[in-house]
Design a protein around this ligand. Structure first.
Ligand code: PEP
Length: 250
């Protein structure tokens, strides 16, 4: 059975006090036993507090980024060792905002993937096409290239620490969602692409999350598709009740 996962990407939201408030609400509301592994990704400065607060719960903590170098003169950056030293076990890489706003290329993301895996971090690898790619019917090519260039260099054994997150850029933070059929078509294609490159066992085991305006009212239908193993949630992860509704939709 593939692992079901619902991860909340908090982006640059929630100061220390607000982080504590939201975590308290999640701890109170999210049942101890859930079908999905629940993950939250607060900002760097609130990771240590989140790890401490969630210590005896089933909710895991992820970082939103990591630097590719082991350490050194990289003002303002955070290393993989720093993350693992405070108990963080997961990192989101390749998010479309990192790609578009911070100019992260597939090659750079590939380096970050290597560093994260070397430190035993689980990587939530994000990728997805822009609207122009879908309109020009190039979306499958784009997605395949992002996978090949950013991720497919890893060893077979490393797939145990990889989660895929298909996030069509045109659906992120826009209120626009891929239809459940569009999500399923792409997820099936992604699984096939993994199957061709790495074999059936890895393809059947890897969790593929959908991200892009998942809300309480559309989560159930999207999660109902056979190749959708959960979601990476942005806006709706910032309200405990909405996030809880998405977690229970699975
Ligand atoms: C995201 O940024 O990963 C995301 C899916 O955002 P939203 O749910 O707000 O579209």
């Amino acid at each position: 059975m593939r692992k079901k996962i619902v991860a909340g990407n908090w982006k640059m939201h929630k100061n220390a006090e607000q982080t504590e408030e939201l975590l308290n609400e999640l701890i109170a509301k999210i049942p101890a036993q859930t079908t999905a592994q629940v993950i939250v990704a607060p900002t760097f400065v609130n990771l240590q507090a989140a790890v401490a607060k969630l210590k005896n719960t089933t909710i895991a903590v992820s970082a939103q980024n990591v630097h590719q170098a082991e350490g050194g003169a990289f003002t303002g950056e955070i290393s993989a060792d720093m993350l693992t030293s405070i108990g963080v076990k997961t990192v989101i890489l390749g998010h479309s905002e990192r790609r578009a706003i911070f100019h992260e290329t597939d090659a750079l993301i590939a380096n970050k993937v290597d560093t994260a895996l070397k430190h035993d971090l689980t990587v939530i690898f994000c990728f997805g096409e822009e609207l122009k790619d879908r309109q020009s019917d190039n979306h499958f090519n784009i997605v395949e290239n992002q996978l090949r260039d950013g991720l497919f260099h890893i060893a077979k054994e490393s797939w145990a620490n990889v989660v895929l997150a298909y996030e069509p850029v045109w659906a992120i933070g826009t209120g626009e969602t891929a239809s459940p059929e569009q999500a399923q078509d792409m997820h099936e294609f992604i699984r096939e692409t993994v199957r061709k490159a790495f074999g059936a066992q890895i393809a059947d085991q890897v969790s593929i999350l959908y991200g892009g305006s998942v809300k309480p009212d559309n989560a159930k239908e999207i999660f109902g598709k056979p190749d959708v193993d959960g979601g990476l949630i942005g806006g709706a992860a910032l309200k405990a009740d909405d996030f809880l509704a998405i977690v229970t939709a699975i």
